[in-house]
Design a protein around this ligand. Sequence first.
Ligand code: GTP
Ligand code: MG
Length: 370
Amino acid sequence: PESITVQELANRMAARQGEVIKALMKMGVMATVTQTIDADTAELVVEEFGHRVRRVAESDVEIGIEGVEDKEEDLRSRPPVVTVMGHVDHGKTSLLDALRTTDVATGEAGGITQHIGAYQVTLASGAKITFIDTPGHEAFTAMRARGASMTDVVVLVVAADDGVMPQTAEAIKHAKAANAPIIVAINKIDKPGANPDRVRQDLLSHEIVVESMGGDVQDVEVSALKKTNLDKLEEAILLQAEILDLKANPDRPAEGAVIEGRLDRGRGAVSTVLVQKGTLRKGDIVVAGAEWGRVRALVDDRNRQLSEALPSTPVEVLGIGGVPEAGSSFVVVENENRAREISEFRQRKIKEHTAAGQTAARGTLDQMLA
Ligand code: GTP
Ligand code: MG
């Protein structure tokens, strides 16, 4: 067929209709389950889901269901990906900075680090935790809207001297909507006016019941300033990760999400990505958002060149032709032609979308997310 309904497409891939609609939204296509989409669009969706497409005739898309989901036996444990959220000035950045110093290697190297929007710490036990340093809730929401939820666990920072504030409540809403379990970090306990119990009490009215009050949300009293209880917070994260049983197949072409992108004088377009599945390697051909390129270098948060990046690893990618939008997905494809095709298609969709009038589309998107 030259076209296919969203419903039929979902059925053939054994995917959820909502996931297909989300994938379409990522490409700038707004469609309901009963609507028909063209063969080109369908093919891209199918690719996004990791399936193979066979074109029987020029305009025909035949969906091969080989390589559907990763097989259970191919899955390996992966580190948790953590986003720190909370009210302004409650200490998100300070806590991220403090946690970073707990990395065994960073300690040795004397802390020569660079800001790449995300980093991974390796604890003395060998366990790893990935932290995403989102500039704000907007990025988190944008990623979720595009179906690219990259967070396994939300660490909610609440200052013990200030208590639950409007953005704390916002963060709780985002975490709940994304289905990400929350760990409460009650920060600034070194301060004279600190009242951790009031924080626990306040959280009740937002349906966050911490363990000490009979609930199942872990809470840890910390001081980012004095570096108090950072190990306890990390233990809490690892315990949560164990419960979530986080796994990915490292032996497949990489897929993931763009955390941020920028133009660097000298290095060109630099994208920080989070590998979510598979292994990203130097030389791979990637499509990120509407941009594509061959991976020229992979650089970690300590400015070291890597030859490959495993699932849950945040890494800077050099070699992509332009700056992809934060929150868009990236995927490794077989060859340059395929990459060019997908990127051209997405560029076209973005243009069409813009031409069609953003206000109307925005309205629809907002309604769909409401
Ligand atoms: P925004 O990014 O502006 O939302 O703030 P933030 O949540 O990242 O807070 P930030 O880490 O910038 O900290 C805000 C202020 O609180 C700074 O002056 C920090 O030094 C201070 N602060 C952070 N953590 C602690 C702590 O544990 N104890 C004390 N006493 N001060 C802290
Ligand atoms: Mg900050």
